[in-house]
Ligand binder design. Sequence first.
Ligand SMILES: [Zn+2]
Length: 257
Amino acid sequence: MPLDILAIAAHRDDVEQTCGGTLLKMSQRGQRTGILDLTQGEMGTRGSSGDRAREAADAATILGASWRRALDIPDGRVENTWENRLKVASVIRETRPRVVILPYWLGRHPDHYTTSVLGYEACFLAGLAKLDPQEALNQKSALKPKALEDHGPTKLAPHRPFKIVYATLYYDVRPTFVVDISHQFEQKLASILAYKTQFSDQEAGKDLFPAHDEIRARVDSMARYYGMLGGVTHAEPFLQKEVGLVEDLLAIPVKSI
Ligand SMILES: [Zn+2]
């Protein structure tokens, strides 16, 4: 069954922080949402990738996501290579989302901004009729078992999402729209705190990670800031490259004066 919305991010817990409330809201409206994490978090200061897999599954449940998968791209080394684009393009064809959420294309962490460009280019590749990403990946893998060569009826049809939007929370850029998550805020916070190895108070990495109360305060402040821009209590920021299309001037939300 195809997804309505697929959020793609570099690390487990990125989606929770940047657009978790939005995914929850869409799932509450009956839409099928999914999360693709490009890495498994093996470079994290705290916890193993196994811990993070369990925590990611808990967080997905809290957000009402129907689908979640982590690729095997090395943590801290997300690169926009042909092979990585094929991996993401395969997932786009498999899940067939109408909307893809990507990270914004500027930022502090190279994995984040690289995921933005990699994700966009993978969406493009996924729509090329003459490209079979799975077959191209198999050709790259020298150790591949013979049986995998014949993809036969499992070949996935080309697919391109209708819409790509960028989650901008990690970067100081003015969003083009915000999503009201006032009613989803507490569950968004719970999905972040589901990463217990990362966000519970502990000795390891305590100079790197904020204490539990501080996390709540930060997540709340950010959501309130973007909420204020939209005239609501809590919101998450997004940017779209396209212009907005308006049918009725009287129905445009957000007060001017
Ligand atoms: Zn991250």
